[in-house]
Design a protein around this ligand. Sequence first.
Ligand SMILES: NC(=O)c1ccc[n+]([C@@H]2O[C@H](COP(=O)([O-])OP(=O)(O)OC[C@H]3O[C@@H](n4cnc5c(N)ncnc54)[C@H](OP(=O)(O)O)[C@@H]3O)[C@@H](O)[C@H]2O)c1
Length: 320
Amino acid sequence: MKVAIYTKYGSPEVIQIIDTKIPSPKPNEILVKIKASSVTRADTMMRQGKPKFGRLFLGLFKPKNTALGTGFSGVVEAVGSQITKFKIGDSVFGEKLFSNGSNAEYLCIAENVVIENKPRNISHIEAAPICDGFLTSYNFLKDIADLKPGQHILINGASGSLGSAAVQLAKVMGAKVTAVCSTRNIDFVKSIGADKIIDYTKTSITNINEMYNVIYDSVGTLSYKDTKNLISSNGIFMTPVLSGQILCQTLFNPKKVKFAATGIKKTEELKRLFLELVDFFKQGKLYTNIDKSYKLPDIAEAHHYLETGRKVGNIVIVNP
Ligand SMILES: NC(=O)c1ccc[n+]([C@@H]2O[C@H](COP(=O)([O-])OP(=O)(O)OC[C@H]3O[C@@H](n4cnc5c(N)ncnc54)[C@H](OP(=O)(O)O)[C@@H]3O)[C@@H](O)[C@H]2O)c1
């Protein structure tokens, strides 16, 4: 089978497509023939080995785990002897977490992790990136912010993978949403449910006269310092993008400023959030926007596009 790997940190050109043996599932695993897989900002950061302190976990001089890709959707091709939940032919989707390896033609995964039957009303392409934007943003909105109906949330980066998921989730949770995006993305962000739009190319957020229960800076371009006057007394500023400044603010002001790396949350907790998301998708309440799709041999091109920071929603690798 073909699989995307990287054996050194660097530009998208370090990615190679190699041929390897199709893995055999262990007794507690299933073998999935991958139909679509996600390519995310986190993948590009791992490939670059950035931020550099991340190499303490990824490998000091070269990546310990050479596989790429976490989110996937596909069809069960074989099952281990202890498998009870899935059978051959089932359409499944989920997340490989830090073991990676979804940018490939096949993968093996245990049945008790973040994996579920794919809702019939969404395609493999729409299912593959759900664990990036939706799972991350649901963790922030539900577990970190405990967003309540009627609360007002400001979502910065509303056209991205995390931001577009957050706009939809906040609406499902009954909140009022003000979304921040550029002029070219206004129609898209309105179409996914934002109540109010701020075009950051025309209006500085610091100039607006409004109070929010939650500010979710999904792209890390705002700061708590510049927005604290917009946050209500019990409100919070939260971001999935780690920087030195955010690290300091979470240490000195932990009640107001929140950061979390969703991938390192306990698997049972991720699974709880994931299953709730699956229900929302089954009910047709959420929608995955696919900006572009690529074939596996063109994955370096996908990484180049990701690095522009301009994608709208998600990008995926699609296998024939
Ligand atoms: N902590 C975690 O668990 C976790 C998990 C997953 C991802 N992440 C991180 O979350 C971040 C966001 O990922 P993503 O995939 O959602 O990003 P993304 O899709 O690449 O975001 C790009 C979008 O943001 C818009 N944008 C760019 N500059 C902006 C600005 N100044 N203000 C508002 N919008 C702007 C772009 O459109 P325009 O250029 O037209 O504005 C584009 O649509 C990444 O840094 C990623 O590493 C963290």
